[in-house]
Write a protein that binds this ligand. Structure first.
Ligand code: NDP
Length: 246
């Protein structure tokens, strides 16, 4: 495996941490953004204790100006971004008839507009170098919709439209662009859902349990690896059989 520089947005979160571990395990230089310096420093030290040095740079993925500064800082510190995982995300759940504009725009900005904000400053470099790997972490709920998540489902479905367009535009530049659509994974995001709701969700999963962050990270490592060079514009659903559509 050729050593690359990999940026995982939201690397400090549940799925992001697992992705960082996998990519570092493959020998890549790994980078993540952060928003809260104290929290990030604690996380960085924990990763260092595992032997993983993460290049940490401040950055808010919902803000295009912040992202330009963030990418510049990462590229100065650890080289051009060759692997990008658009992973940072949030939920602001409520039924649409009660949803306010802030809840709508926060989720669209952090999940979908972030794909523009972070990918735009790296794509020209990837095209010039004729190599790149871009993976969006979407969601099962972008595929099937979800009660109380019109904002999130719209953003996550949009990420796949972004993926398949970017894949077409950049295939001849050695850049692959793919989506991973996780089902319910036992991170803070899902553990924040009330227990009785979680039990109902698990009851709908044929495999009979929540996913593990490593099970998502493994797929990202596959898409970003040398052997996946002929896979682009794909969506890989990893959800314990919860949804078996595209
Ligand atoms: P976590 O809440 O554990 O982590 C989210 C990460 O995103 C954190 O590092 C957080 O940083 C970062 N983040 C959030 N907003 C911003 C922002 N504006 N700018 C920069 N960073 C930001 O979530 P998961 O690990 O569970 O989720 C990761 C991805 O997987 C998300 O896109 C999510 O939608 C998707 N997903 C998750 C599923 C699940 O079941 N867990 C299922 C399907 C998809 P900070 O600490 O600063 O908040």
């Amino acid at each position: 495996m050729t050593q690359r520089t990999a940026l995982v947005t939201g690397g400090t979160g549940g799925i992001g941490t697992a992705i960082i571990r996998y990519l570092a395990g493959q020998g890549h230089r790994v980078a993540s953004n952060y928003r809260d310096e104290a929290k990030a420093e604690q996380w960085r030290k924990a990763m260092a204790a595992e032997g993983i040095e993460v290049c940490m740079v401040p950055g808010d993925v919902s803000d295009p100006v912040s992202c330009e500064t963030m990418i510049k800082a990462i590229e100065e510190k650890c080289g051009p971004v060759e692997i990008l995982v658009n992973n940072a995300g949030i939920t602001r759940d409520t039924t649409f008839h009660k949803m306010n504009y802030q809840q709508w725009t926060d989720v669209i900005n952090t999940n979908l507009n972030a794909c523009f904000n972070v990918t735009r400053p790296v794509i020209e470099g990837m095209r010039a170098r004729k190599w790149g790997r871009i993976v969006q972490i979407s969601s099962i709920n972008g595929q099937k919709g979800q009660y109380g998540q019109a904002n999130y489902a719209a953003a996550k479905a949009g990420m796949h439209g972004f993926t398949i367009s970017l894949a077409q535009e950049n295939a001849k530049f050695g850049i692959t662009v793919n989506t991973v659509s996780p089902g319910y994974v036992g991170t803070d995001m899902v553990m924040a859902v009330p227990e009785e709701v979680r039990e109902k969700i698990v009851a709908q999963i044929p495999v009979g349990r929540l996913g593990k962050p490593e099970e998502i990270a493994h797929a990202v490592a596959f898409f970003t690896g040398d052997m996946a060079s002929w896979i682009t514009g794909a969506n890989l659903a990893i959800n314990g059989g919860h949804y078996m559509g595209w």
